[in-house]
Design a protein around this ligand. Structure first.
Ligand code: ATP
Ligand code: MG
Length: 257
């Protein structure tokens, strides 16, 4: 559903993403996991044709070449950016109505759909509140509601659970799993919470490039074997193992050169 090969993105002389390759199947939840500044948001913005990649990248979404055919795939995508992208002087409900109109949701169904997503993100009682008066967590929840509003086939979520209560985070993940399994929605998600990555079907540990990818369980079992551990490590240990060994390799390479 989403294929990225050979993606690099430079800002001047600085390479934020280097030779990244990912294939995401329909109905799969794929997690891009990496530390601050590892290129997750840059990858997503390039995928959505908001940033131009360096020459040589090949990207397709639903078989359509990006950026050439981006307009054909935009209506299928729900995007929740890392930064707030709501109108501060509109209420929660007015924001949803505005974006619903942009997505061309028919008038007859828009209010019932708004009601559904408000229930899902637990903001129904705050629907008349101005976004400027909402807490950070409420604003994040409303951004997620916007991304879900038109029932997209592809969801691209950049840190959707930051600042959200633990209980609601679990509900979000249950919902993501449900729509991926039942409706075949393809989800590309980034998260800082390493423990959450266990909810993904596959993850790619990222540090400018994909250091390693696989199912969370496969990666945990690999590290258990490689480190001769008695029990499965948690995702933090997996992450540290792979990112450190990658850094060590690079340092050794540098020393040799
Ligand atoms: N427009 C830009 N101009 C210059 N450098 C940029 C620009 N956008 C991003 N960068 C740099 O590229 C690198 C990757 O940034 P990016 O936002 O993709 O990281 P991230 O993995 O999403 O981090 P975080 O977890 O903090 O969201 C960082 O070093 C960042 O400072
Ligand atoms: Mg980011």
């Amino acid at each position: 559903m989403i294929n990225i090969s050979n993606l690099s993105k430079s800002f001047g002389n600085f390479k934020a993403v280097e030779n990244l390759n990912i294939n995401i199947q329909k109905g799969e939840i794929f997690g891009l996991i990496g530390p601050n500044g590892s290129g997750k948001t840059t990858t997503i913005l390039t995928l959505l044709d908001i940033l131009d990649p360096d020459p040589g990248a090949k990207i397709t979404i639903d078989g359509k070449e990006i950026p050439k055919k981006i307009n054909e795939v935009y209506p299928k995508i729900g995007f929740m950016p890392q930064e707030l992208s709501l109108y501060l002087d509109l209420t929660v409900e007015q924001n949803l109505k505005f974006f619903g109109d942009l997505y061309k949701i028919p008038k007859a169904v828009i209010y019932s759909r708004i009601k559904e997503v408000l229930e899902l993100i637990d903001l129904k009682e705050y629907r008349k509140r101005l976004i400027s008066k909402c807490s950070g967590g409420m604003q994040r929840r409303c951004s997620l509601a916007v991304a879900l509003l038109h029932k997209p086939e592809i969801l691209i979520l950049d840190e959707p659970t930051v600042g959200v209560d633990p209980e609601l985070r679990i509900e979000f993940w249950n919902y993501f799993k449900k729509i991926s399994k039942e409706d075949g929605v393809t989800i590309l998600i980034t998260t800082h919470y390493l423990a959450e990555s266990i909810n993904c079907d596959r993850i790619g540990l990222m540090n400018k490039e994909i250091v390693i990818s696989g199912t969370p369980l496969d990666l945990m079992e690999n590290v258990k074997k490689l480190k001769n551990l008695e029990k499965l490590p948690d995702m933090e240990e997996v992450f540290i193992y792979y990112t450190h060994s990658e850094m060590e390799k690079k340092m050794l390479g540098g020393l040799k050169a």
